[in-house]
Ligand binder design. Structure first.
Ligand code: ADP
Ligand code: MG
Length: 397
């Protein structure tokens, strides 16, 4: 789960990290009061969406003004004006995809005098099973691009979980970033605070781009992007309350309410499968036969008829879906439950596209009988490749 920049900064402030004073605005009418509470003489007006690259992004609507999603203002009035221009409009950045994201929240914060922009991130490195610190002198830019063209400018160190964060980690980072004197001390302290926040809140990623050296020589967190481990959210009610559902895929959100493992993709074949491994294999074989999966969906082991019905509804609500492949290997899951769920769902939402069903395992005969006697226009398949071949043929002709 991701959160907004202003929420990330509030969280980091609790850990003692240096961040600017700022106010979040949900309505244009609040903008002037919010900006007036800050000191000036420089205000920065920042669109809050769950995507980076806002500064270099652009709005779809001409009425949103010419500049990107991060704008400088020299007065309270100008700050309020820029907030009004952006609110409700659609910001497109290299991370949003061409559809962009609607800006529903604006963060107005104090402007900083920037001397240098650095890059600093903590993330879970699956290779070493450790938390890794990534830093670079090339802050404020797209780090993927830096990694591509000048990889020697990126330092990556891992932290041994047995010792946790130690001051020498901070010193190594500070020296590699060319920091001096009091800045080194600040970095040692800041990294300790970031590490504590990362571990205590079960983060997956904490990216500060840029971390700045100000004209007065002090460090400041100027941007913050934080993602949390979804499997640990049950431990953190405070983090859960930061969830912004408008930022999430509506189908994925619906699926999470029913405890379905669903990821939306952009292909044309909707898949309903049990077990993550089988779901991956099903996606692979759809590609092998020349089509693309519209989603990953694992209905899980102990799915009920209601859960299967919901899953089917979510698949059919996707406008890109031109055909559906149900591929169930009944172990704990019973084939008759799947059959009943599919039929209940079709009765409720109708069936506008071809449906191929492949059932195998527990109660398979009963499952097939239920489908055959339902009067539904279902194409039966005998095995995985047969199912994939049939659905791709039904869709592509
Ligand atoms: P994004 O990464 O989405 O483009 P950032 O928050 O990193 O958004 O802002 C982009 C750039 O805008 C920064 O690299 C920095 O140069 C400038 N900027 C952002 N916030 C401030 C601020 N409070 N004061 C001065 N400049 C800022
Ligand atoms: Mg940034």
């Amino acid at each position: 789960m991701n959160i907004h920049e202003y929420q990330a900064k509030a969280l980091l402030r609790e850990y003692g990290c240096p961040v600017s004073d700022g106010r979040v605005v949900l309505n244009a009418s609040e903008a002037k009061t919010a900006a007036g509470e800050l000191d000036g003489p420089l205000w920065v007006v920042k669109a809050q969406i769950h995507a980076g690259g806002r500064g270099k992004g652009s709005f779809k609507e001409a009425g949103a003004g010419e500049k990107g999603g991060v704008r400088l203002a020299k007065s309270v009035e100008e700050a309020a004006e820029q907030a009004k221009l952006m609110l409700g409009n659609t910001l497109v950045t290299h991370q949003t995809g061409p559809a962009g994201k609607q800006v529903n929240r604006i963060y107005i914060e104090d402007g900083s005098d920037i001397s240098r922009e650095l890059y600093l991130a903590l993330l879970v490195d699956r290779g070493s099973s450790r938390i890794s610190i990534v830093c670079s002198t090339e802050g404020g830019m797209d780090i993927e691009e830096v990694a591509e063209s000048t990889p020697e400018k990126i330092l990556n160190i891992t932290i041994d979980p047995a010792t946790g964060y130690l001051p020498y980690h901070g010193r190594r980072v500070a020296f590699s970033l060319g920091l001096e004197g009091g800045q080194v001390k600040q970095m040692v302290k800041l990294l300790g605070q970031l590490y504590s926040a990362f571990v205590e809140k079960d983060m997956e990623m904490l990216e500060i781009n840029p971390l700045i050296v100000m004209e007065d020589g002090n460090l400041k967190v100027l941007d913050a992007k934080v993602g949390f481990d979804g499997n640990a959210l049950y431990k953190h009610a405070d983090i859960m309350s930061l969830r912004d559902e408008t930022e999430e895929d509506s189908k994925e959100l619906e699926a999470s309410k029913y405890d379905l493992n669903y990821i939306a993709l952009d292909g044309e074949i909707g898949c309903m499968v049990n077990g993550a491994g089988l779901a991956m294999a099903t996606m692979d074989i759809i590609k092998l036969y020349g089509a693309e999966p519209a989603n990953f969906l694992d209905v899980g082991g102990g799915a009920t008829k209601e859960k299967v019905t919901e899953a089917f509804k979510i698949i059919t609500s996707d406008k890109n879906v031109k055909g559906i492949l149900v591929n169930i290997f009944g172990g704990i899951m019973r084939c008759d439950v799947i059959a009943e769920g599919v039929i209940a769902a079709v009765k409720e939402v109708g069936l506008q596209v071809p449906l191929v069903v492949r059932l195998e395992g527990t109660n398979v005969d009963l499952g097939k009988k239920i489908i055959n006697e339902s009067g539904l226009d279902v194409i039966a398949a005998d095995n995985l490749s047969d199912g994939a071949e049939k659905i791709v043929k039904a869709v592509k002709g």
